[in-house]
Design a protein around this ligand. Structure first.
Ligand code: DGL
Length: 228
């Protein structure tokens, strides 16, 4: 049996957080990582143009890398382009979307924060996830303008400014009727790269949900089902 080829795609280095979970779950697989740096950040793009770009770039990567499975390791791309990608290409896709369902299951206060890019926050997909799984919760959605860039800069060796970070995450830390946000969804694959820094500047401790382990499980399930 040859090693399955898994292509992981993101706008930048955020998808590496997913790649490392997939590497742990599938140590024998061949991982191919592609970042559309030329178009980073995706969070600020206009939807019709971005969907066209993602379909074109991923198509080219599929031609070149011949993967058995593609992981769209980017919430901003998945919430917009997964349907178009599945319609256009026959290879199986695993997407990354904000972990609203597990957050709604884990919250005790009923107050959930969702940090994501402005693009992901505005998507119908994200609103549908909230209406379906967190209708009984109060969800504070925040489109963070700079967080993904701060994470990229950190990976390039730059220092994270704690004051800037604090301002970026503050809108999801809220209080209502003697209760406060207790779960924060990391709705962009770049954000787990800043987890230590976020914990250090957060107004109070919360549970942060990184979807990477769940994505890796989904990848393993698909590989087993397809017997790759
Ligand atoms: N890593 C991407 C995500 O999960 C987004 C970063 C960007 O704005 O390009 O949403």
């Amino acid at each position: 049996m040859t090693a399955p080829r898994i292509l992981l795609f993101d706008s930048g280095m955020g998808g590496l957080t997913v790649a490392s979970a997939v590497r742990q779950a599938e140590p024998g697989a061949t991982l191919i990582y592609a970042a559309d740096n030329a178009a980073f950040p995706y969070g600020a793009w206009d939807e019709p143009q971005l969907v066209k770009r993602i379909v074109a770039v991923v198509g080219k990567l599929i031609d070149e890398a011949r993967p058995d499975l593609v992981v769209i390791a980017c919430n901003t791309a998945s919430t917009l382009a997964l349907t178009a990608l599945r319609e256009r290409y026959t290879v199986p896709f695993v997407g990354t979307v904000p972990a609203i369902k597990p957050a709604a299951e884990q919250t005790k206060s009923g107050l959930i924060g969702v940090l994501a890019t402005p693009g992901t926050v505005n998507r119908e997909y994200t609103k549908t996830l909230i209406h379906t799984y967190a209708f009984h919760c109060k969800v504070f959605l925040h489109g963070a303008k700079r967080l993904a860039e701060i994470a990229e800069a950190k990976l390039k060796g730059q220092k994270v400014d704690p004051d800037e970070l604090k301002l970026e995450i503050a809108p999801v830390f809220r209080k209502r009727d003697h209760k406060q946000t207790d779960v924060v969804v990391l709705g962009c694959t770049h954000y787990p790269l800043l987890l230590d820094e976020m914990r250090a500047v957060a107004p109070w401790p919360v549970t942060y949900i990184d979807p990477a382990p769940a994505i890796a499980r989904r990848v393993s399930d698909l590989l087993r089902t397809a017997k790759m």
